[in-house]
Design a protein around this ligand. Structure first.
Ligand code: SAM
Length: 171
């Protein structure tokens, strides 16, 4: 199982980007997103609403204390991967990571506390360039799934798109 922990969410400034982290997590086949930082129930509701319409085994929840969440997941046998431009290249660890049964992926906000680096089993970079938590997460999940997410069908979806060269069709 792959779970995502988004730390240091700020309701006013990060709403859109934190929502996108949740949408990428679901579409790219993670099973859970945990938001930490400021409590923002509307963010959690909007990500869960997407899941209810578009299907998938996914849920969004809030954690008051990201340190406790990391410890809890470690105790459940999860390995912890923290995405940071300062880390080792993702491609140097991907074969090892693909074999893990349970993985918690941490994505940061503006400033990431040192203890996150220290608690992680892997500090991983997706290029050594600054970009975005959304792109870093998407590339990581894509490499783990080996591209399978691109054609994944969410069986319980109430809403699906029929691909079109032009126009929009739902079914
Ligand atoms: N200086 C921050 C850092 O510690 O990487 C960059 C903050 S960036 C606005 C927010 C988040 O995007 C980071 O915490 C990290 O999770 C992700 N991120 C940005 N660039 C990345 C990269 N090249 N590799 C991996 N993650 C990245």
């Amino acid at each position: 199982m792959i779970a995502i922990l988004r730390i240091n969410h700020r309701s006013a400034r990060d709403k859109r980007i934190s929502t996108h982290i949740g949408l990428v997590a679901r579409a790219f086949l993670a099973e859970k997103i945990i938001y930490s930082g400021e409590h923002d129930e509307s963010l959690i509701d909007s990500v869960n609403k997407i899941k209810n319409e578009w299907g998938g085994k996914f849920s969004a929840e809030y954690s008051k204390d990201y340190k406790k969440t990391i410890t809890e997941y470690k105790n459940k046998g999860f390995k912890i991967a923290h995405l940071t431009m300062y880390g080792l290249p993702l491609e140097s660890r991907i074969n090892e990571i693909k074999k893990l049964k349970n993985l918690l992926i941490i994505v940061g906000g503006e400033k990431v506390p040192r203890d996150v680096y220290e608690k992680a089993d892997y500090n991983l970079s997706i290029t050594a360039q600054p970009h975005s938590e959304v792109s870093a997460l998407a590339i990581t999940l894509d490499r783990i799934a080996g591209g399978k997410e691109l054609s994944h069908d969410f069986k319980d979806a109430k809403k699906r798109i029929k691909p079109n060269a032009l126009g929009k069709t739902f079914y």
